[in-house]
Design a protein. Structure first.
Length: 192
């Protein structure tokens, strides 16, 4: 593994660590590999359609290049929960390594695939970088090109469709052994 890829992973986990510290992210109770951002950090991202009517996730320039260098292998829309989940999976086994949930209002998820009018399985997600105007923070500027192209989209009824029961159980065991609970509060390890 190259040091460039390792550095991007390290930056991502530093970002996650800050969110944990500030209590702006939660782990799923069933599968702790599923992380959900709260409202504030979800607002770091923008979403829309480009000139070719293709859906994109806008990534702030401050999160570049590390966020787009993560090997996002899929994206799932969960209208019921109001989240877009970016998925990282093992390339050999397709086992989910992480699902990074960005809160998006359920109706706003239509920007990625219009419910009842577009086949989400035929859609893909792109990522574009944006910068805020220093003079007018309500104005943003997007790069002309996509940073990431063609992340496959799917629709799910619940985030629990992203992993099997066995995988989720194994993740809960690992979390329990770590001495943390799902709120990242240290817990007493039995026998320690």
């Amino acid at each position: 593994m190259s040091s460039r890829i390792q550095n991007h992973g390290l930056m991502f986990f530093m970002f996650i660590n800050r969110l944990i510290r500030d209590q702006m992210i939660e782990l799923d109770e069933r599968d702790p590999r599923i992380m959900r951002l709260g409202n504030l950090p979800s607002a770091y991202f923008l979403c829309g359609r480009d000139d070719n009517d293709e859906p994109f996730l806008g990534v702030p320039a401050e999160m570049m290049p590390w966020f787009t260098q993560i090997d996002w292998t899929g994206a799932s829309l969960c209208r019921k929960e109001g989240y877009l989940y970016l998925e990282g999976r093992d390339p050999r086994t397709q086992t989910m390594l992480i699902a990074f949930g960005i809160r998006v209002r359920s109706k706003r998820l239509n920007v990625f695939a219009i419910d009842g009018h577009e086949d989400v399985d035929m859609m893909s997600l792109n990522m574009k970088v944006f910068e805020k105007d220093e003079q007018n923070p309500k104005q943003v500027y997007f790069a002309d090109h996509h940073e990431v192209i063609g992340i496959p989209l799917q629709e799910i009824g619940t985030c629990h469709e992203l992993s099997t029961d066995e995988e989720a159980e194994e993740s809960r065991k690992i979390l329990a052994k770590s001495g943390l609970d799902r709120t990242f509060t240290p817990t007493k390890i039995v026998g320690a």
